[in-house]
Design a protein around this ligand. Structure first.
Ligand SMILES: [Zn+2]
Length: 488
């Protein structure tokens, strides 16, 4: 069956086929590393992870997935004025912006790892692609799509008649509205910065590059246009450098549609003279207590906050993925509990490998390979319908209920079930027995100490450590020479 995806651009579900047979190019707008990303940010990255997995598992595509890290140029309120988010945080923490970017990049990568996200093909950092950004800016200047002002270089939206085609914020609507503050030096209020000069009022002194050479500069002087890039140009540059000028899929959160993605389209298509992205996919936001979860509103939950309450990171992964990406997820602890219970019952079923639950009596009906293949087909057809996870999970639950109350007809049925289980595991990434062992370092230390005690045949100490581990919410079992850890 063919894969259908909802394209924000056309506002329709469309059949997806990649530009190059068998290969998919995909770009995901990654985080701006000025604080630990919250679970709303991760829900967007998880949607991209699920899509990438389904392209691979369900269709056998080879996916080149690029996911950037923004470490400069993202200004407060996504605008053209005001402070750089990372520099502002550096002032608050009394350190330099590179230290801030490093610290929060590390936290971000830690969170992605425990959430079992697949490593992207590339994780470009904006500060390493300044020359690529400058090359696009020069092309835009040469083509008359950009102009210079006292404080920077701007894209002229009036030169791109398709502006607004993604978000619906066309120029006539923007003219009438008041979404954008009027800056006297701009030709149109919606014109956006490609490059900001480090003149006094921009106050961006620590991270700056020569406009001429693209090299880092430390002092003002030799190049009066020294400065830093605008946030939008970063993604256009990294995307075209690593994936080519036209790509199959670009993902992000719904907040990215405007202005970020609208501006990416305007500058990339003006510079290249052809289409930039074929499919735009956007994840709806997460609400917490009836409000949008956002750092600026201060109502955010981080991954560690959720884990401190005793959930496995995979419970969180399951919860965030179990609601369709185009539906607002209303986060609640009750929802978290339900997700944990549901995920764990699926894991237990998978571990039994189709054996009915122990309390079942004899004389059960048998289940055939054709029955299993039907559930498998239902799962795939739901995933192919714009990643309909509710439908896919319903197929999993139906198969679970059926096999829990049946015995396998023959070996063929057992192997069809194993195949289906592998497909579910690889698609969702929540039911992986190895990933289960994402245990905190403190528990891991006790487990190592227990291993040492056992090698020394100090069974009293080994039992004491087992109790300690138990108190921390983990169960350790001895299987052959290995210790297996399980969250209680
Ligand atoms: Zn981006």
């Amino acid at each position: 069956m063919s894969l259908r995806l909802y394209n924000t651009f056309s506002k329709h579900e469309e059949e997806f086929t990649p530009l190059k047979a068998g290969e998919v190019s995909m770009y995901t707008c990654g985080p701006t590393v000025y604080g630990r990303p919250h679970i709303g940010n991760y829900s967007s990255f998880l949607m991209a992870d699920l899509l990438r997995r389904w392209l691979e598992v369900g269709h056998g595509y080879s996916v080149t997935h690029v996911k950037n890290i923004t470490d400069v140029g993202h200004l407060i309120a996504d605008g053209d004025t005001g402070e750089d988010k990372i520099e502002k945080q550096a002032k608050t923490e009394k350190t330099d912006p590179l230290a801030i970017a490093k610290r929060y990049t590390e936290q971000y990568l830690e969170d992605e790892k425990v959430l079992n996200m697949k490593e992207p093909s590339e994780r470009p950092r904006a500060t390493f692609y300044i020359k690529d950004m400058l090359a696009i800016i020069r092309t835009l200047l040469a083509k008359g799509n950009a102009y210079e002002t006292d404080d920077g270089f701007y894209f002229s939206v009036g030169t791109f008649s398709a502006y607004g085609k993604l978000s619906g914020n066309t120029l006539d609507k923007l003219d009438a509205g008041s979404r954008i503050a009027v800056d006297e030096a701009k030709k149109h209020p919606a014109d956006f910065a490609l490059w900001k000069k480090c003149t006094g009022k921009n106050g961006h002194h620590l991270l700056r590059w020569s406009f001429q050479s693209g090299e880092r500069t430390k002092t003002e002087g030799e190049d009066p246009n020294s400065g830093f890039p605008g946030w939008h140009i970063e993604c256009s540059a990294m995307s075209s450098r690593l994936l080519g000028q036209e790509i199959d899929i670009h993902t992000g959160g719904e907040d990215n549609i405007f202005p970020h993605h609208e501006c990416e389209i305007a500058q990339s298509e003006s510079a290249n003279g052809h289409q930039f992205v074929r499919f735009w996919l956007h994840k709806r936001r997460i609400d917490l207590a009836g409000e949008k979860m956002s750092k600026s509103l201060g109502n955010v939950l981080s991954v560690p906050t959720v884990l401190e309450k005793g959930y496995s990171p995979l419970d969180l992964r399951y919860y965030l993925l179990s609601v369709h990406y185009r539906t607002n997820l209303k986060f609640s602890w009750k929802g978290m509990d339900d997700a944990r219970d549901s995920r764990r019952s699926i894991c237990e079923w998978m571990e039994r490998g189709g054996e009915p639950a122990s309390e079942m009596t004899k004389k059960l009906p048998s289940v055939s390979s054709a029955d299993i293949q039907k559930f498998d087909a239902d799962f795939s057809s739901a995933m192919d319908t714009d990643l309909n996870v509710s439908g896919a999970l319903a197929a999993v639950h139906n198969c679970m209920h059926k096999t829990n109350a049946s015995i396998m007809a023959d070996l063929k049925a057992s192997s069809a079930l194993q195949e289906f289980i592998e497909k579910i595991r690889d698609t969702f990434g929540c039911f992986d027995p190895e990933a289960e062992v994402a245990v905190p370092a403190a528990v891991q230390e006790l487990v190592s100490a227990r291993g040492a005690a056992r090698s020394n045949k100090d069974f009293k100490e080994s039992d004491r450590l087992r109790d300690e581990i138990h108190k921390m919410g983990y169960e350790v079992r001895d299987e052959k020479s290995e210790q297996k850890i399980k969250k209680l």
